[in-house]
Design a protein around this ligand. Structure first.
Ligand code: XIL
Length: 352
């Protein structure tokens, strides 16, 4: 018995020793800095891969379901709500003392098939969206602290809302074409009615680099604030290509003017792909780490930047995954080993 315990404790001491020396817990560091560090999570690996679950719980204090809270996942038919997988992620988060961010509630993608393939009138579309938002936010009332209420509503050109008939290359929003631009304010109102304590975000991409897109998002959220719509923050997705690192002062000026509106900032979907780089892989990984370092630094510079979230944490499970791992966009590699990007995060979070 004693021998067995001794062996177990030696094995544990060894594995914990290597872990805690080489890889400090990101969540411990983030908690000291007063910010949330989160990641998108997928139900299947969480359910089947113990390493995925343990690295997640060790390093993150917030999760976003990567797909499980999208409309298409929750609404197979008009009368059915399939909350099981999303509930599983929420239960895991609660067991591990993690916060949950939810959404997206109104998005042009992942619209339920039964809505997409019917010609809804304006009234029917409004009813469907209201019912959806109130049911989902109501189901997670008190359990999901923040929602991406409206996701990607601005056209890529930044010249109009997505769905406005200005050009053909971008995908339309059914919510805009059926309801009109007021779907945005309505979505926030409905979410607020369902859970008045939840923080409500507008979320979009390319706002770290496109002047026209960043202006359009700023104008949109400024007008929502002006109208008294219950919006509390802006999500910057930040899907970045390491071969074209963003202009960091551009990001600072965007964060500053969003903060001046009295809104919070969450970096919601950070990942940094390296597939376009022609440098040796080790150098590409360093350049990737540089981007992670700069973005984390900027978040810490702003009191209003309250959460840093990556879109996944291991290259084994990324939406940019390729069999040969060319994109490798996340802080842990395919085998859950920390990469230079991880150490950039832990360095910045532990610096004074
Ligand atoms: C992605 C998921 O990660 C993929 O698994 C899915 O196939 C497509 O959607 N911006 C968003 C996220 O707001 O919801 C997207 O997530 C990634 C881009």
């Amino acid at each position: 018995m004693i021998n067995k315990l001794l062996i177990i404790s030696i094995v544990l001491a060894f594995s914990m020793g290597t872990r805690s020396q080489d890889t400090p817990s990101l969540r411990d560091l983030a908690e000291e800095r007063g910010i949330l560090i989160g990641t998108a999570v997928e139900y299947d690996p969480l359910d089947s891969d113990a390493t995925y679950a343990s690295v997640l719980a060790q390093h993150y204090n917030m999760v976003i379901p990567a797909n499980e809270m999208k409309m298409r996942a929750l609404r197979p038919t008009p009368d059915e709500f399939t909350f099981g997988r999303a509930d599983g992620i929420v239960a895991f988060a609660q067991e591990n003392d993690m916060q949950v961010r939810g959404g997206p509630l109104a998005w042009h993608q992942a619209v339920a098939y039964w809505i997409r393939h019917r010609n809804l009138s304006r009234d029917e579309a409004m009813l469907a969206l209201e019912e959806h938002i109130k049911a989902v936010v109501g189901h997670y009332k008190g359990q999901v602290f923040a929602w991406d209420v409206v996701n990607e509503a601005v056209h890529d050109s930044g010249m109009a809302l997505r769905g406005t008939d200005i050009s053909l290359y971008d995908s339309d929003s059914l919510w805009l074409t059926t309801i009109g631009p007021e779907y945005i304010a309505l979505a926030f109102q409905w979410a607020h009615e369902a859970d008045p304590d939840a923080l409500l975000f507008y979320n979009d991409y390319n706002t770290e680099k496109s002047r026209t897109k960043a202006n359009a998002v700023y104008n949109l959220v400024a007008s929502l604030v002006e109208q008294g719509v219950p919006i509390h923050g802006v999500g910057f997705q930040m899907h970045i290509n390491a071969s074209e690192p963003p202009d960091y002062n551009f990001i600072r000026s965007e964060f500053a003017r969003i903060s001046d509106l009295g809104l919070q900032i969450h970096i919601t979907e950070l990942d940094v792909r390296i597939s376009d780089m022609d440098t040796p892989r080790s150098e590409s990984l360093q350049r990737q780490a540089d981007v992670y370092r700069e973005i984390t630094n900027i978040c810490l510079e702003f009191d209003s930047c309250t959460a840093l979230i990556t879109w996944g944490f291991t290259d084994r499970h990324s939406w940019l995954n390729t069999p040969a791992d060319e994109n490798a966009p996340l802080p842990f590699d395919m085998n859950y080993q920390p990469k230079p990007a991880f150490f950039a995060l832990s360095d910045v979070l532990s610096a004074n």
